[in-house]
Design a protein around this ligand. Sequence first.
Ligand SMILES: Cc1cc2nc3c(=O)[nH]c(=O)nc-3n(C[C@H](O)[C@H](O)[C@H](O)COP(=O)(O)OP(=O)(O)OC[C@H]3O[C@@H](n4cnc5c(N)ncnc54)[C@H](O)[C@@H]3O)c2cc1C
Length: 408
Amino acid sequence: MFLDSENKTECFGCESCVQICPKKALKMAEDEEGFRYPVVDSTLCNGCMLCRKACPFSEMPEKHGNIYTFGGYNSDKKTRFESTSGGAFSAIVEAFCDENYVVFGAESDGLKVFHNCIFDKKDLGKFRKSKYSQSVIGDSYIKVRNYLKEGKKVLFSGTPCQISGLKSFLKNVETQNLLTVEVVCEGVPSPLYINKMEQSFEKKYGGKIEELDYRYTGKSIFSSGKWDFEGMRIKFNSKSSKEIVRDRWFNPFWSVWLQHLMSRPSCYKCLFATNERTADITLGDLWGVHLYCPELYGKNGGSSLVFCNTAKGKEVFDTASKYMSGHELKFEDALKYQSPMRKTIDENPQRDSFMKDLMSDMSYREINKKWAKRPTLKLLYQKYVWGNRQKIFLWNLKKSLTKGRSNA
Ligand SMILES: Cc1cc2nc3c(=O)[nH]c(=O)nc-3n(C[C@H](O)[C@H](O)[C@H](O)COP(=O)(O)OP(=O)(O)OC[C@H]3O[C@@H](n4cnc5c(N)ncnc54)[C@H](O)[C@@H]3O)c2cc1C
């Protein structure tokens, strides 16, 4: 799909076509909603069609059924704290990267998100934490190809569509030394909204945003220091190094995004919203943990769900699991709480009206006032009074009482 085509649902923005072009006739350009699409310079194009062949929509890379499912968390507390879910990604890097390796992942500079690579595990921190916007792939696939040709072990992590883009790009390359790790994904928000958010905060707090943690688990008045109850932390590079934390349930970003008003068009038709996967390993949050495996709640420091989809993925994860506490889960149980692996998100019928407002000169504040919803009393009751955390607490109490009785 190219920017001149009407059907934007058929472009994930994986950038495979741009990177494969021998004439550099393609580049990515933003459309009016802020999403990036390839544009062709017809004066440079020689009509070789390599771009079409490298597009996952022309030929979708092979998908694999589940062979092993695991729930648990990284045994190293610090790693868990610095990760989004249970730190499974770090355990996998630890297991795969022994020597002559390179790791690719999404890094951020303020609110800008882009793919990069590291050659030393000690730099892994920059890839930890979910950045909830589409990362710019740049020339990462070209680099992967070159490193594989040099004989390096390559770990590439990203969203499912980025993994499919990479695999389409590498069609004729030997990939024995490549391990692909994807995150469960339910879409990416409009960069236009993220830009307005950035401008609004920078104006209000008088500094450039240096760091944004969408799922901050440190303790503050607006975040409980718990994995399923995080705040959003924003750090500014103003003289005072100001830092603010926004409450999770009153944060308009989450409300607007999760109403599916501003996702990339292809996300509503996502071809990866299925239990068959493209990557060797799929990572997510262990949602539903309080309902089917409360022993894996891990004192609420974060818990990961890991799906191994290929023999290679399983082999690496067998070693990775040594750095984790947890156990095997039934695939069907895990799938019940992972809707992005069962169905695509529904496009909000009001998306067009929302986008019109977003593209107008309405401010971030005005947009949120009109579109963000306040949390329901039921939700607030569940989060602040009686919810998963309290249920787990009771479960633990019952367990220790039963243990006490049977020991007596
Ligand atoms: C846009 C997005 C949507 C997600 N939606 C869901 C969901 O609906 N349900 C669910 O269970 N899990 C979802 N996840 C996955 C989840 O948030 C965690 O990333 C995952 O469980 C890994 O956590 P960890 O503790 O093992 O790793 P961490 O150490 O926190 O690792 C983060 C990993 O995510 C990758 N990553 C971070 N940001 C991006 C990005 N913008 N683009 C591509 N890759 C990125 C990094 O490269 C790294 O591999 C989503 C992640 C992203 C980025």
